[in-house]
Design a binder for this molecule. Structure first.
Ligand SMILES: *[C@@H]1O[C@H](CO)[C@@H](O)[C@H](O)[C@H]1NC(C)=O
Ligand SMILES: *[C@@H]1O[C@H](CO)[C@@H](O)[C@H](O)[C@H]1NC(C)=O
Ligand SMILES: *[C@@H]1O[C@H](CO)[C@@H](O)[C@H](O)[C@H]1NC(C)=O
Ligand SMILES: *[C@@H]1O[C@H](CO)[C@@H](O)[C@H](O)[C@H]1NC(C)=O
Ligand SMILES: *[C@@H]1O[C@H](CO)[C@@H](O)[C@H](O)[C@H]1NC(C)=O
Ligand SMILES: *[C@@H]1O[C@H](CO)[C@@H](O)[C@H](O)[C@H]1NC(C)=O
Ligand SMILES: *[C@@H]1O[C@H](CO)[C@@H](O)[C@H](O)[C@H]1NC(C)=O
Length: 286
């Protein structure tokens, strides 16, 4: 039921009827779905309790955190007739604006996630706003990827690669996505999530086995964060052993040629030595 209607009724009917209507209004708002707001870890967020067309000025406003259905914690607010007791933790981190009925919360942490509600009081009525659900997110760091590739043991073509992807510092919990791979050929061998007890952020780590016979560029992603691409199963024109073998053969061939040339030279030289006495004479004359 809208407030305008409520005012109309106020003029036309008895106070008793108005009181029941107020109760009805309050319970209707209470059960309506919460408004969602999202904040990034460490940022500042604003809870807005602004009510349109509230007949008389607001004299009190409470912003409370709803822990369970019946359990609520007072966060901050104002009361035009007295000073409110605010928990020191929230005293530091919250600021209430009486003009637009909002509250700013700074340095949002993951434990701030949850349900809140505003209760607004004026001379004529109390009004409970629809609840506000604060969702907190934290961005995952750019994932790191490691690869370990080896030839198939059974001598089949292609390679078998073990790929590990890990990312830290995100919230909520998420999962690793692989890009560039045929998803139906992925074999997950290790999947791990761990929560940091202090910051409540998640570290996730997944290791897969992947067989490939085509060169592939692969990267892994966690939410918006994508690792640099890594090439797997590159075509290696010659393996180290083949190159070593070629070098050894070349060296041997070169040695044989050298030996042959040397032998030929020596044979030629010994024959000239046998038939060339003039040479020895010329040497003797020096
Ligand atoms: C708030 O988020 C919840 C899920 O987190 C969703 O079911 C609901 O519809 C959202 N409410 C609004 C008003 O968007
Ligand atoms: C309160 O909100 C109004 C309207 O948004 C703004 O003009 C004013 O500067 C705010 N006051 C404070 C103390 O932040
Ligand atoms: C924000 O909160 C975290 C703990 O939740 C604290 O370690 C950090 O010092 C706070 N930062 C500021 C600027 O207050
Ligand atoms: C993925 O691998 C499966 C099984 O080998 C094959 O049937 C399918 O066509 C492949 N998909 C793509 C996109 O290559
Ligand atoms: C890995 O763990 C995450 C979080 O526990 C889960 O969401 C995901 O489905 C798991 N993936 C596999 C392939 O088991
Ligand atoms: C992820 O898991 C793999 C396999 O258990 C491990 O080798 C690697 O060190 C882990 N990485 C991180 C950052 O925890
Ligand atoms: C992989 O990336 C490299 C460098 O960006 C590129 O030259 C190559 O063509 C890519 N290979 C495939 C199979 O996409």
């Amino acid at each position: 039921m809208s407030l305008t209607l409520l005012c109309l009724y106020t003029h036309r009917y008895s106070l008793a009827l108005v009181m029941t209507l107020v109760l009805v209004t309050a319970s209707t708002d209470d059960s309506s779905p919460p408004t969602n707001i999202t904040a990034v870890l460490g940022d500042t967020t604003t809870f807005r309790c602004h009510i349109q067309k509230l007949g008389s000025p607001v004299i009190r406003m409470y912003i409370q955190r709803v822990i369970k259905d019946s359990q609520e914690i007072f966060i901050n607010g104002f009361d035009s007739s007295r000073k409110l007791d605010v928990h020191p933790e929230y005293q530091k981190r919250t600021k209430v604006n009486r003009t637009d009925l909002s509250m700013e919360l700074t340095n949002v942490s993951i434990s701030d996630e949850g349900l809140y509600k505003c209760v607004v009081f004026s001379d004529t009525m109390d009004k409970e706003m629809p609840k506000i659900h604060l969702k907190v997110t934290a961005n995952y760091r750019v994932p790191t990827m490691e690869k370990k590739c080896s030839k198939h043991g059974d001598g089949a073509a292609g390679k078998s690669c073990q790929l590990s992807c890990s990312s830290v510092g995100g919230y909520p919990q998420s999962a690793v996505k692989w890009e560039g791979l045929n998803l139906s050929l992925i074999n997950v061998i290790h999947n791990e999530s761990s929560e940091d007890l202090y910051s409540k952020t998640w570290t996730i780590n997944q290791t897969i086995m992947y067989n490939c016979d085509q060169p592939t560029n692969v990267s892994c992603a966690v939410e918006g964060a994508v690792s640099p691409a890594v090439s797997i199963c590159e075509k290696e024109p010659f393996s180290i052993e083949v190159i070593t073998a070629i070098v050894v053969v070349l060296v041997i061939v070169l040695l044989i040629i050298l030996v042959l040339v040397w032998m030929k030279f020596c044979r030629g030289r010994s024959s000239t030595a046998r038939s060339g006495d003039d040479e020895e004479v010329s040497v003797a004359f020096k």
